[in-house]
Design a protein around this ligand. Structure first.
Ligand code: MF3
Ligand code: CO
Ligand code: CO
Length: 261
C-alpha cells in the first residue's frame, strides 16, 4: 500500500526535507582537500542535532554514522572513516537523511573535489540531469515506470550505465516505504502517481558497466569494474497538478545562522 500524506503531514515533510537540504548545503560549503569523511560525519551529526533533528542513518539496520559518504567508485552507502581523505580530482557523494517531528527528508548530491577530469565531470552532470528528468515526468496519473524510462534513456544516450539494485523509495514516517522507485524501466508500467505521495528519485550512474558488489563491511556498494559512479537525490511530493521538490530551499531562506554548526 502506498501512503497518501495528509495536509498536516505534508507540512512536516516540507520542514524535514528543508532541514536535510540545508544540512547538505552546509556540508558542501565546508568541504576541503585533506579532510576525512569522518570529519564530514561529525559536522553532519552536530549540525543536525543542534537544530533538534535526528540523523536517520545512525543506527539504521546497524549503520553507525550520521550520513553516507561515497567516494569515486563507491556507488552508495559509503561509511565515513578517518582513513578516507579527500584528494584533488575526487568526486564525493554526501547522502543526508534527517528526521524531524517523526518525518524523514532524504537528499544527496555528488561534489567535485578540486580539479576533476572532464569525463568525470560529465558523469556528474549527466547524473544530475537524470534525476531532474525523472522528476520532470512526475504528476498525478503518470506511472512510476515513466521515471526509470527517461532516466535510462538519458544515461544510455551519453554512453553511461544505470545501477539496477538500489532504488528510490516512498518516504515519510518510515525512511523506506512503498513504492519502490526503479531508475530503469518502461513508460506506463508500475503504480499510478497520486496527489499526496512522497518519494525519492536517486539514480546512480556509472562511467563503466552497471554491475555492483558490496564490500566486506556489509555496506559499501562499489562498481564491479571499479569505474566511478555519481548520484543525486531529491524527495518529491505529488501535487494536484504536478510535483513539488521538497529537498530544496531558495537563496533568501539561507540565513547567517545556517552557516554555523
Ligand atoms: N539515504 C540512503 C537512501 O537514499 C539510505 C542510506 S541507509 C544507510 O535511501 F543505512 F546506508 F545509511
Ligand atoms: Co533515499
Ligand atoms: Co538518501
Amino acid at each position: 500500500m502506498i501512503n497518501i500524506k495528509s495536509a498536516r503531514e505534508i507540512e512536516i515533510m516540507r520542514e524535514s526535507c528543508k532541514m536535510a537540504a540545508k544540512t547538505l548545503h552546509f556540508l558542501s560549503k565546508n568541504l576541503k582537500i585533506g579532510m576525512t569523511t569522518e570529519e564530514i560525519n561529525e559536522m553532519c551529526h552536530q549540525y543536525t542535532i543542534n537544530r533538534g533533528g535526528i540523523p536517520a542513518t545512525l543506527g539504521y539496520h546497524g549503520f553507525t554514522k550520521s550520513l553516507c559518504t561515497s567516494l569515486n567508485e563507491v556507488i552508495c552507502h559509503g561509511i565515513p572513516s578517518t582513513k578516507d581523505t579527500l584528494r584533488d580530482g575526487d568526486i564525493l557523494n554526501l547522502d543526508v537523511t534527517t528526521i524531524w517531528k517523526g518525518f524523514h527528508g532524504d537528499t544527496n548530491a555528488t561534489f567535485l573535489i578540486g580539479n576533476v577530469k572532464p569525463e568525470v565531470k560529465k558523469l556528474v552532470d549527466v547524473a544530475y540531469e537524470c534525476m531532474m528528468k525523472g522528476i520532470s515526468v512526475c504528476r498525478p496519473g503518470a506511472h512510476m515506470g515513466d521515471i526509470g524510462a527517461v532516466i535510462e534513456e538519458m544515461a544510455h544516450g551519453h554512453g553511461l550505465s544505470v545501477v539496477h539494485e538500489y532504488c528510490g523509495h516512498g518516504i515519510g514516517r518510515k525512511f523506506h516505504e512503498e513504492p519502490q522507485v526503479v531508475h530503469v524501466g518502461k513508460k506506463g508500467t508500475g503504480p499510478e502517481m497520486r496527489p499526496g505521495m512522497t518519494f525519492t528519485i536517486e539514480p546512480m550512474i556509472n562511467l563503466g558497466k552497471r554491475h555492483c558488489k558490496v564490500l566486506n563491511d556489509g555496506w559499501t556498494v562499489v562498481t564491479k569494474d571499479k569505474s566511478w559512479s555519481a548520484q543525486f537525490e531529491h524527495t518529491i511530493l505529488i501535487t494536484e497538478d504536478g510535483h513539488e521538490i521538497l529537498t530544496q530551499f531558495s537563496p533568501e531562506e539561507w540565513t547567517e545562522a545556517d552557516d554555523k554548526i
